[in-house]
Design a protein around this ligand. Structure first.
Ligand code: C5P
Length: 378
């Protein structure tokens, strides 16, 4: 286990079981900061994808984009660890060898979420290509509920009735915002003879199940060991790259052999891929310092942010339906962060203590509002 312990050294990441008060305070700040950055990152991803969809030109291979994002994530994590080791190459190589090869059983655990995420990342492109954009976005929000379900089943998290209700409201709020946008953007929706609605719907529903399961599984692995978030992502990314290459060969092998891996990679496509890779790492950090359910709140909130930004960028008009949806999302955020003691069920109040132990040094008082005021103001 030497490598595993090494991983956390000096990273401020893998230390949780006996976190000092100072460390807990740092973790608490990182939780808020990572959630706030996720709001901004996710909003910018939505806006850039929306923009790139309206541009004419050669279509890149989505399977190659999935692989490229995985490679970028692994390279970034390697660089971060090398930097943490102050450029000591020998120490760096020994650490990689220990963590990836010697502790191969640990590494193999990451094959499960890697397989699921690779499937999910490819399915999302299938879904987006076969469904109207807003239909995809609305249905994909079901992952808020699948994530909560898997968190309860796999991590034995407890949610009060109010919190379950807030998740339903969150889903409803985001769905209303998306439907409202669909009404407005009918003309920009891609419709073609090759679209298959049923195929798109199955793809997005499987994506929701996989998002919930893989997210919670990764959270369990991350919080159940001392390995750093960067090392875990290298392990995840190695499998992700291999599986992504397999998917690429299977789906687009011949076409890529003819046109090239980087076919259709415009600066904007690169931008989306970089954003996706950065977003993936950010998700890992958020899961480490907060959890998957809070991640769901942050991404839902970013949908509201991106819509508001659209007012300025794309001349989008805010109407009653949008105001209702946004109000529901903000109300859900408030409800979710209500003190647990206020929850009506006494049984859930007793259970809530078990979720503290799972939060492993990251969790703070259940009574604390989880989103910083700065996020809400933005
Ligand atoms: O929609 P959802 O939140 O499930 O998407 C999570 C995304 O984050 C996926 O694209 C997945 O590949 C990425 N991810 C990652 N590294 C992690 C966890 C998730 O790149 N450690």
């Amino acid at each position: 286990m030497a490598g595993g312990n090494n991983n956390g050294q000096g990273t401020g990441v893998g230390e949780e079981k006996t976190a000092s008060p100072r460390q807990s305070e740092v973790n608490r700040k990182l939780k808020y900061i990572s959630l706030a950055i996720l709001v901004v990152q996710n909003a910018s991803l939505i806006l850039s994808i929306r923009y790139v969809r309206t541009l004419p030109g050669d279509r890149f291979f989505t399977t190659s984009a999935v692989v490229m994002a995985e490679v970028l994530k692994v390279l970034t994590c390697l660089l971060i660890i090398l930097f943490q080791r102050k450029g000591n190459l020998k120490e760096f190589i020994v650490l990689q060898y220990n963590s990836i090869v010697i502790q191969y059983k640990d590494t193999l655990k990451l094959a499960v979420p890697a397989l699921i995420y690779t499937l999910q990342n490819n399915l999302q492109y299938v879904a987006i290509s076969n469904l109207p954009a807003a239909t995809f976005q609305v249905t994909y929000q079901l992952k808020i509920l699948t994530t909560a379900l898997f968190s309860v089943l796999m991590l034995r998290k407890s949610l009060s009735r109010i919190q379950w209700l807030s998740l339903l409201l969150l889903f409803a709020g985001v769905a209303i915002v998306q439907l409202e946008q669909e009404g407005k953007q009918k003309e920009t929706t891609v419709t073609g003879p090759s679209q298959n609605y049923a195929k798109g719907l199955v793809a997005v529903i499987v994506s929701c199940l996989s998002s919930g399961f893989a997210g919670v599984y990764f959270e369990k692995i991350l919080k159940g060991s001392s390995a750093s978030v960067w090392m875990r992502n290298i392990q995840l990314g190695i499998f992700g790259t291999l599986l992504g290459l397999l998917g690429m060969w299977w789906n687009d092998g011949l076409a890529i052999a003819e046109k090239g891996f980087l076919f259709g990679y415009t600066p904007m496509v690169w931008g989306v891929i970089f954003n996706q890779a950065f977003g993936g790492l950010l998700v890992a950090v958020v899961v480490k310092y907060a959890d998957n359910i809070l991640k769901g709140f942050a991404t839902s909130f970013s949908i509201i942010v991106s819509t508001v930004v659209s007012v300025y960028l794309f001349g989008f008009h805010v109407d009653l339906l949008f105001t209702l949806g946004a109000g529901l999302v903000i109300g859900a955020v408030y409800m979710y962060s209500l003190p647990k003691a206020a929850a009506p069920s006494p049984s859930t109040a007793t259970l809530s203590s078990s979720s503290h132990s799972l939060a492993d040094g990251v969790g703070d008082s259940e009574t604390e509002a989880f989103l910083p005021k700065s996020v809400l103001v933005k």
